[in-house]
Design a protein around this ligand. Structure first.
Ligand code: E4P
Length: 271
């Protein structure tokens, strides 16, 4: 059945009208869908531009035995510490702190972050200068506060590399990069603890730095487990810093253990 009627003197069949309406709605929906997908892709799904960078492994501890163990694995690129980690090892007093950092620098051939324990611009740059003088591999860790941004700029301008710590937002990461920090440390575990997804922040910062061409390296910190490391690698983090456990956790898979036991058993038959 095909109804016909007249519109402004033109004879149009219902069939034709329906077909044209359908064609237009398919066309418009396709355009709309494409735009939506492009937007979502740009914001959420598109992976950061691959530049062939290898994610570095830092160990997040001041414990010398753990630092040595990770270093002996042959995969360690550096160390991060903070005042809580130093206190945990019972390091007390300016001289002990200095000696401890020196020892760490002698164990690991890579960047070693040493954090300031002051919060004013003047004090942070004074302490930063002293920390940097301990060893050429020391990176001065500065908190993301107003005076911290000023200190990052001053220290960077004066040839001292900075790791900007306590980052919890993309805005803070932009400021740190603008001030010239060598590293930005977003604390993903603490973000997870507060009910958000820390790795999403890593993805966001990696994307922003790539779009803007910032040279600051994204150092994923406050890592709690091996899955965090894997997700940070996928997100394009330049560095992950973690305790020894999550690093060793990467080794583990039950099928590896079962497979190895069988190979060892069968190897006896060929001996
Ligand atoms: C980063 O450099 C910090 O030392 C560290 O990763 C903080 O981790 P936490 O949240 O486990 O204390």
């Amino acid at each position: 059945m095909n109804f016909e009627f007249y519109v402004t003197n033109k004879r149009i069949s219902i069939k034709l009208l329906l077909r044209r309406t359908l064609q237009r709605s398919v066309l418009y929906s396709t355009i709309f869908l494409k735009e939506v997908l492009q937007k979502i892709g740009g914001l959420v799904n598109s992976p950061p531009e691959a530049e062939g960078g290898n994610m570095k492994f830092f160990i997040d501890t001041a414990n010398l035995d753990q630092i040595k163990e990770a270093n002996e694995l042959g995969i360690l690129d550096g160390v991060t510490t903070n005042p809580s980690l130093m206190a945990k090892e019972g390091i007390k007093g300016e001289e002990a702190v200095r000696n401890h950092y020196k020892t760490i620098c002698e164990i690991v051939n890579g960047d070693v972050s040493a954090e300031v324990t002051t919060v004013t611009f003047k004090e942070m740059i004074e302490q930063g200068k002293k920390l940097a003088a301990i060893h050429k591999n020391i990176i001065v860790k500065i908190p993301m506060i107003k005076d911290g941004v000023k200190a990052i700029k001053w220290l960077t301008d004066n040839g001292i590399s900075v790791n900007c710590t306590l980052c919890f937002s993309a805005g803070q990461a932009i400021l740190a990069a603008k001030a010239g920090a060598k590293y930005i440390s977003p604390f993903i575990g603490r973000i997870d603890d507060s009910g958000w997804d820390g790795v999403q922040l890593i993805e966001e910062i990696v994307r922003i730095y790539s779009v803007q061409g910032y040279k600051t390296q994204v150092l994923a910190a406050s890592i709690r487990n091996s899955n965090h490391i894997v997700r940070c690698a996928a997100a394009g983090a330049d560095v992950c810093t973690c305790p020894l456990e999550p690093i060793l956790g990467l080794l583990k898979h039950p099928l590896t253990d079962i497979g190895l036991a069988k190979f060892m058993e069968d190897a006896k038959k060929t001996a």
